[in-house]
Design a protein around this ligand. Structure first.
Ligand code: KIV
Ligand code: ZN
Length: 385
């Protein structure tokens, strides 16, 4: 039996905060419907108190989507919680996500407070949110840089107050995987009532560690992961959904499963990228243009013999029709022969050599060689005969 990992998607909240990525309500509904098709468990739809537009989006997403839980973010402030509860009133299953900073940076420099007062405010917020909904998630902001003993006290108190999910964000993307994993293990082993709540990861990517940290969280007891499509989010972004889901799928022996229909990944990635005007870097894992493109001769030859020589994922699994063999000056005869045969040309070895030499000359001048270029090369070779 595999352990279920819940996918909490925050593309429409943490992702949408990014300058230039703002969506209108209609676009948000389109993304939310696609996230539902993808099979996410929770959609964080917005931060309702932040603007009337965000409030309205949470209302409309709650009406449009029925399978995932709809979550709304708040600070540990009564007014935020009241507004979030109001925005969620049409949700089949609504969740309030409330919280407060728990690192020394946040307690003293941001909130101008002290550790005991923070615990009181956290408990009060969770109790207040529970008056409106049964499902309350608490976030300990900057948990990544918070003292583990203090964090454990906060988490114990908010679970006693009624939190059903406890989110341990590495808000600044500071942690090493080993430290983040140890932090989750510390909570599992030192918070007496931890089995009454689900532990959630929420990792930012400032040092490029977000996916590794999320995996370390899962391996140490977290059962929910907070992610975004294409890894968009504040600054360097959040953990990307596709990376965690495909890591769990590729490493099935670990014994985890998600409810994601992975064949919807590419479609969702394209939709988010287009609507948010946020291009995906070509070498992005899973969804980048080059993720299934083979360009060097050695790799092309290997992949043509057997895809698994150089691919750990069948592209069809993530909604990509097929991997591609890109013809460049680094390509070998095997790749050229393969492409020519797809185009309907079966050349004798002598002709293949001649076309290959012409191909290399052209490829040194031009970055990519198209099918039209190949047609011209084959035609010229015929005329030379
Ligand atoms: O990064 C963070 O700490 C957050 C919280 C508001 C959950 O986004
Ligand atoms: Zn965040």
């Amino acid at each position: 039996m595999s352990t279920r990992i819940y996918i909490f998607d925050t593309t429409l909240r943490d992702g949408e905060q990014v300058p230039g990525c703002q969506l209108n309500t209609i676009e948000k509904i389109e993304v939310a419907r696609q996230l539902e098709k993808l099979g996410v468990d929770v959609i964080e739809a917005g931060f309702p108190v932040s603007s009337p537009g965000d409030f309205n989006s949470v209302v409309e997403i709650s009406k449009a989507v029925s399978n995932p839980t709809i979550c709304a973010l708040t600070r540990a402030v009564k007014k935020d919680i009241e507004v979030a509860a109001d925005a969620l009133k049409h949700a089949k299953r609504g969740r309030i996500h409330t919280g407060i900073g728990t690192s020394s940076y946040h307690i003293y420099n941001k909130l101008n407070s002290n550790p005991e007062e923070i615990i009181e405010r956290a408990v009060e917020a969770v109790k207040y949110a529970r008056k409106f909904v049964d499902d309350v998630e608490f976030y300990a902001e900057d948990a990544g840089r918070s003292d583990n003993e203090y964090l454990a006290r906060v988490i114990e108190a908010v679970i006693n107050a009624g939190a059903t999910v406890v989110n341990i964000p590495d808000t600044t993307g500071y942690c090493l995987a080993q430290d983040y994993g140890t932090k989750i293990a510390y909570l599992v082993n030192n918070v007496p009532n931890i089995d009454k709540a689900i532990i959630s990861t929420h990792c930012h990517n400032d040092l490029g560690m977000a996916t590794a940290n999320t995996m370390a969280g899962i391996l140490n007891g977290a059962r929910q992961v907070e992610v975004t499509m294409n890894g968009i989010g504040e600054r360097a972004g959040n953990t990307s959904l596709e990376e965690v889901v495909m890591t769990l799928k590729c490493h099935k022996y670990l014994g985890y499963e998600t409810g994601i229909d992975t064949t919807q990944i590419m479609k969702t990635s394209n939709l988010v990228s287009t609507l948010m005007r946020m291009p995906v870097q070509p070498n992005k894992a899973i969804v980048g243009r080059n993720a299934f493109a083979h360009s060097s001769g050695i790799h092309q030859d290997g992949v043509l013999k057997n895809r698994e020589n150089y691919e750990i994922i069948d592209p069809v699994e993530v909604g990509v029709k097929e991997s591609s063999i890109v013809l460049t000056a680094r390509s070998g005869r095997a790749a050229l022969k393969h492409r020519l045969s797809v185009l309907g040309y079966e050349l004798e070895p002598r002709d293949l050599d001649a076309v290959y030499n012409k191909f290399l000359e052209l490829a040194d001048r031009k970055k990519d060689i198209s099918d039209e270029d190949l047609e011209v090369l084959v035609g010229r070779n015929k005329n030379d005969e």
